[in-house]
Design a protein around this ligand. Structure first.
Ligand SMILES: Cc1cc2nc3c(=O)[nH]c(=O)nc-3n(C[C@H](O)[C@H](O)[C@H](O)COP(=O)(O)O)c2cc1C
Length: 462
């Protein structure tokens, strides 16, 4: 995005519709419906009023379980992502809409068709967050059962995205001729058949949907292992990451940019956007007080207990949450199913939690609050704006995926009070359109170059 030497880097902001984890305070009197379209519309239109790059939705394919029962502490029953992003695109004009969809359990022809369709309907505003999903739980939905071994998930993702790009490229931009004189609507010579036979997919098709206004949807990625980072370096245009402290962000960015160079891609062809929470108050002191209140609402005693049980793999209902962490070592049992998690060494995790508790004199519940409900940006509007800008100018991120704690009004204060300060600082857009780019697509609004053509497909005898 940075246009000339000395220019300040521009801040990118993404609006994460609050998810199905404990960040979302559904019990607050100010919280609205988690499912009515009015909530999604309010959220989308607020994000667009604040000139965010895109609205973002996570997705899980099964209702979460804890100890074999539906996990009843957090939001459940979220409508499907593709339906929501389509509906949000219909009530906005310029902002992008990005959905999380797994490459482990979908099929390329169908998913590419759905995404290309929404990309057309929205005028080129769609992105796809490619996730591999981390456990076998979701596989229970499908005939494939506990499919697929973890190491093969990124192989499947790579093959999936490569096929999808060929499908999106199959119709040349001038394939629709609509030549009434000759009685010809489409030019068959400009529409390619896509054939592929690889380790994970066999495809032989002519896509039904023409090339979209931005060529194809922006590819976003979330997944943090070395294999996940290599996959992002080869395929993604945006990474959604959890590395949200300044130091972690800088280290992550350095690592991923080295992988990007090794993959032969330009450094400006990828944006890194960590997830971040925020609390805005009239003063820094007000915001700090509010942050404490919100953290206690996010981590009720029951939520703290369930979080610890998921790590310890055992029933801890006798634990005094105002006392120390459990003394026994974690078991291998998997109590929590359907949560987005990266592989963790439970004993090491428990040891780290104990160290933190001892160092700061924290009770069991306070440790959970410190681990999961420390808000990334807390302060008066100037403080929050300047802190976000510090990360971006310091190269620790290109901006943030902001996760509010309230539906649907969780972004309002940020848009009304923080965005104008970023604009005053000259680091944030004041319109989506520019003279050079009067009708931006999501990719061009993000300042990303046109993507390189995908690697060839494999066509082998059956
Ligand atoms: C920040 C972040 C967000 C994620 N969001 C989702 C999600 O919404 N749905 C999903 O099925 N998996 C999600 N995942 C899981 C990843 O796609 C991946 O399966 C998991 O992190 C294991 O891969 P890894 O070892 O490379 O991290 C997310 C992962 C990360 C790091």
């Amino acid at each position: 995005m940075t246009a000339h030497p000395g220019a300040q880097r521009q801040v990118h902001l993404v609006a994460h519709f609050p998810g199905v984890n404990s960040t979302t305070v559904w019990s607050d009197p100010a919280a609205g419906s988690q499912i009515d379209f009015a909530s999604f519309r309010h959220f989308a239109q607020t994000a667009e009023r604040g000139f965010f790059d895109y609205i973002f939705l996570a997705e899980g394919l099964r209702v979460r379980e804890h100890a074999g029962r539906i996990h009843d502490l957090d939001v459940a029953g979220r409508p499907a992502t593709l339906a929501i992003i389509t509906a949000m695109a219909a009530v906005t004009e310029r902002i992008g809409v990005v959905g999380t969809l797994t490459s482990t359990f979908n099929e390329p022809v169908e998913l590419a068709r759905q995404l290309a369709s929404i990309d057309h309907l929205s005028g080129g505003r769609v992105g796809w967050n490619v996730v591999t999903s981390s456990d076998a739980f979701h596989g229970g939905n499908f005939r494939r059962g506990g499919f697929l071994p973890y190491p093969e998930r990124y192989e499947r993702a790579e093959e999936f995205v490569r096929i999808a790009k060929h499908l999106w490229d199959a119709w040349a931009d001038d394939a629709l001729v609509a030549d009434a004189r000759r009685g010809r609507f489409a030019d068959p010579a400009r529409i390619a058949r896509v054939a592929h036979r690889g380790p994970h997919f066999s495809v032989d098709t002519t896509p039904t949907v023409p090339r979209s206004p931005q060529g194809y949807p922006v590819i976003v990625q979330a997944g943090d292992s070395p294999a996940g980072r290599d996959f992002a370096a080869a395929n993604a245009e945006v990474i959604f990451t959890r590395h949200s402290t300044f130091e972690e962000g800088l280290a992550f960015s350095t690592d991923v940019h080295a992988r990007l160079a090794a993959a032969g891609r330009r450094s400006d062809s990828l944006l890194i956007l960590p997830g971040a929470t925020f609390i805005v108050g009239d003063t820094d002191a007000d915001a700090l007080e509010l942050s404490r209140e919100v953290a206690h609402a996010q981590i009720s005693p029951q939520t703290a207990l369930a979080w610890l049980e998921a790590i310890w793999g055992r029933d801890l209902s006798d634990l005094d949450l105002d006392g120390p962490l459990p003394i026994e070592e974690p078991a291998e049992t998997v109590l929590r199913q359907g949560q987005t998690s990266t592989a963790i060494d439970r004993r090491a995790h428990a040891a780290r939690l104990r160290e933190r508790a001892e160092a700061h004199g924290l009770s069991a519940r306070e440790v959970v609050i410190a681990e999961t409900a420390q808000h990334t940006f807390v302060g008066a509007p100037e403080t929050v704006a300047d802190e976000i800008n510090r990360y971006v100018q310091g190269g620790a991120s290109d901006g943030f995926v902001l996760v509010p704690h309230l539906v649907p009004a969780g972004l309002d204060a940020f848009v009304d009070r923080v965005v104008p300060i970023l604009q005053e600082r000259g680091v944030y857009r004041t319109a989506y359109e520019t003279p050079a780019n009067p009708r931006p697509t999501l990719r061009s609004a993000l300042g990303l170059p046109a993507p390189q053509p995908p690697a060839p497909l494999e066509v082998t005898a059956a």
